[in-house]
Design a protein around this ligand. Sequence first.
Ligand code: SAM
Length: 221
Amino acid sequence: MKKLFGVGTGPGDKEYLTLKAVKAMENADVIFAPNNNGKNMALDTAKDFIEEKKIVLIDFPMGKVKKKDYKKAAELIKKEISDGKSGVFLTIGDPMIYSTFIYLMENIEELGVEVEVVPGITSFLAGAAKIKIPITVKGDRFLLVDDIVDEDVLAETDSICILKTTKNKEDVINLLEKNRFSYTYIKRCSLEGEKVLKNKEEILEDKDYISFILGRRKEND
Ligand SMILES: C[S@@+](CC[C@H](N)C(=O)[O-])C[C@H]1O[C@@H](n2cnc3c(N)ncnc32)[C@H](O)[C@@H]1O
């Protein structure tokens, strides 16, 4: 039997790696991560715990990744793990939040490889801790999105996080202001170059993909 661990490496600072994540990496034969021009952020976080292990960076095509691409990646992963051994697929934050691993997982299981998921601290939880503003308090409805914010849904929301801010940041901020939300932009949370911005112009100027916006409905005056 072969086994693949989907491991969340947290927001970036290696001190946010869990003991389970470190153990899975130490016991693995081979470490996988998506190839971002020869680099990978999760790999940077985990590098001290990987030592001399074999690392396989997996190419996914630019733009929309198709079912056949995940199937191909799953076949490669299966081939690289020896019988009776395990591999680790690294993902930033948590593997169950907007990650490549989610699509890969189904294909891996279809090939008869056992899968175990090791959760990680998400970027937005690390961000809430950083700015000391809660994600939810009793009775709150929290919305997590990585794209368009629907105004009707926003009307029913008390607290929001928008990931992948480079897509439509200005529209999102205008909508938050119109609906009386206070907001904070956090980039490279827990990493070198971390920034917390509240000024609209400064937020709009920044183009870093590794960023998110946390918003909360303002209390009634
Ligand atoms: C493909 S999603 C991955 C989400 C990840 N699985 C998680 O649990 O946070 C990529 C987005 O995660 C967010 N992100 C991940 N790490 C971050 C960090 N250290 N600082 C700010 N944003 C981060 C950004 O919004 C980025 O566009």
